[in-house]
Structure formats: C-alpha cells, structure tokens
Write a protein that binds this ligand. Structure first.
Ligand code: CP
Ligand code: NVA
Length: 298
C-alpha cells in the first residue's frame, strides 16, 4: 500500500498509526530491530530539513537503513522517466518516500513502483505532517477542540490537516482571504466525515474559543512567482500576539516549519509558551513516520 494522500488512507488505519506513534514515543526505544535489513529510499526534488531527517532517524531507530537520492544528481534531471526510475528503485529498496513538486509525479512513481510509496510532500498534500500534527494535538489534549487554520488554507499542509482533524471530529475553521479559498474537494471530504468545517475570512472572530491555531507559510515551495502578491494579500492573516489574545489562554499555536518569522507568524508568538507544541510537532514527525513504516512494512 502507498500513502500518497490522506484521502486514500482508511480512517481506522490512520488512527492506528497515530496511536502507535504515541505509544512508540512513550516507549522511547531508539534501538528497535523491527525493520532490520529494510531499506528506505528517499527521493527529493525540493529542499527539506525535518522530513528528510525524521525519515532517516525513523528508519534507523527501527533497525533499517536509508538512502537519499537527490533529484538533481540523479538521471531524472537528464530526462530518465519516472516510470523507469520507479522500477529501478524497487529493485534496491523496500519503501520509497518522495518529495516532489507535482502531485501527478508521485502518482506516476507509485503507479510503476513495486514497493510502497510515501508522499513526503507534493503541491497537493503533506500527509506525514498531518499525522504528526494530529499526534501532537492529542498529546496536548486538544483533539476534541476547535482548530483554526489561518493563512494559505489551500496549501498542501492545510489539505492534509483538515481531513485528519475532521476524522477526529474536531471543529475545523479555515480562515483565509476570500480570493484564496481552500480546495473545495478537501473541504467537501472533510465535511463528509460529519465534522463542522467552516470557511471564514476574519481572523479575530475566527480564533474566538480556539484550542489550536495553525499556520504555515504564505508562499509554498514552487509558488515563488506569486510571492509579492501573496505577501500583500495574506498580511492581515498574521498570527501575532494581538490575534492570540482573542483565543483561549491555553490555546496551542502550531506551525509545520520552516517559519517565515515576521510574515505568517511573529517572533513573539513563535518563541512564546503557546507555541511550544511547534517543536513537538517536529519531533513527532519521527515517531509518526516510525509508526507508518511499521504499518507499511511489517
Ligand atoms: N515541515 C516540513 O516538512 O519541513 P521540511 O520542509 O524541513 O521537511
Ligand atoms: N506549505 C509548505 C510546507 C513546507 C513544509 C511548502 O509546501 O513549502
């Protein structure tokens, strides 16, 4: 089985993986042998710090090994097809993780791969981030609460997160500029779970009674041409102290990182106590991916 999108992940499997991640973290054993001899091949077309390192540490913690293949230094950059590459990688590895610009490219990779393929971020989804984020929300005891996503609610992180949170029946509020609406397919899928999913445009009103405020960059990788326009349009959606003062005092602030300090979030908020979960989110990428690798390979 592949994990290309949260859409395709059965709800019980998703919850099982998140519970397992919590359990693995509690046990804290970083010398497991469950995946001894297994090889993770990771393909990167875009930069990464957390995803790359958390996948590597996850497979090492489970006794397996990791190989990173950079797109630029591979024959993909000289025109070798993804179909041929997928078949070759399948002969060396046991599982592939891939961070690619276009979601269609990972679909092509998965179509031809003979081993499981995990989406390590595409322009459409960031499912591994959402699993770790939900783990974090549960660890902070906020999984029955109101999650307000502020900013670019149409990006990869928002798409995956809204579906995972909806499956836990959180009250999901997407707060964004009217002319940068969320992806309707994801909003519809999230609403189909029965969860309350709202799309709103006024940040101060949106964060009232929020248990979780989540933000991400306004200019995702690959959108650089739109940077100037986006920085202008999203400016009123900054997560700053004034906004936070309108949420519950114990509200947690989340960010997948990397953050553009001074743009979508201020230093004051990111370095403050409400945002301490941000560093747990980064750590939880490792535990959630351990749980996922175990599920796909054991
Ligand atoms: N959050 C996340 O995916 O970070 P990286 O881009 O550093 O992998
Ligand atoms: N939305 C961001 C997430 C980075 C982890 C991007 O795609 O650049």
């Amino acid at each position: 089985m592949d994990l290309l999108t949260i859409m395709d992940m059965p709800e019980n499997m998703m919850k099982e993986v998140i519970s397992k991640a919590i359990e693995l973290k509690k046990e804290g054993n970083r010398n497991r042998r469950d995946l001894e001899g297994k090889v993770l091949i990771s393909l990167y077309e875009k930069p990464s710090t957390r995803t790359r390192l958390s996948f590597e540490t996850a497979i090492y913690n489970l006794g397996g090994r990791s190989i990173i293949m950079d797109f630029k230094s591979s024959q993909l950059s000289r025109g070798e097809s993804m179909a041929d590459t997928a078949r070759v990688l399948s002969r060396y590895g046991d599982v592939i993780s891939a961070r690619l610009f276009k979601h269609e490219t990972i679909e092509e990779l998965a179509k031809w791969a003979e081993i499981p393929v995990i989406n390590a971020l595409t322009d459409r989804e960031h499912p591994c981030q959402a699993l770790a984020d939900m783990q974090t929300i549960i660890e902070y005891g906020k999984e029955k609460g109101k999650l307000v996503y502020i900013g670019d609610a149409a990006n990869n992180v928002a798409n995956s997160l809204m579906l995972v949170a909806a499956r836990y029946h959180m009250h999901v509020v997407l707060c964004c500029p009217a002319h940068f609406p969320p992806n309707e397919r994801y909003v519809d899928a999230a609403r189909k779970t029965g969860a309350k999913v709202e799309v709103v445009h006024e940040p101060i009103k949106a964060v009232k009674d929020a248990d979780v405020i989540y933000t991400d960059v306004w200019v995702s990788m690959g959108m650089e041409a739109e940077a100037e326009e986006r920085m202008k349009q999203f400016a009123p959606y900054q997560v700053n102290s004034k906004l936070l003062a309108n949420a519950k005092p114990d509200c947690i602030v989340m960010h997948c990182l990397p953050a553009h300090r001074g743009a979508e979030i201020t230093d004051e908020v990111l370095d403050g106590n409400n945002a301490r979960a941000v560093w747990d989110q980064a750590e939880n990428r490792m535990w959630a991916q351990e749980a996922l690798l175990l599920k796909l390979l054991k």
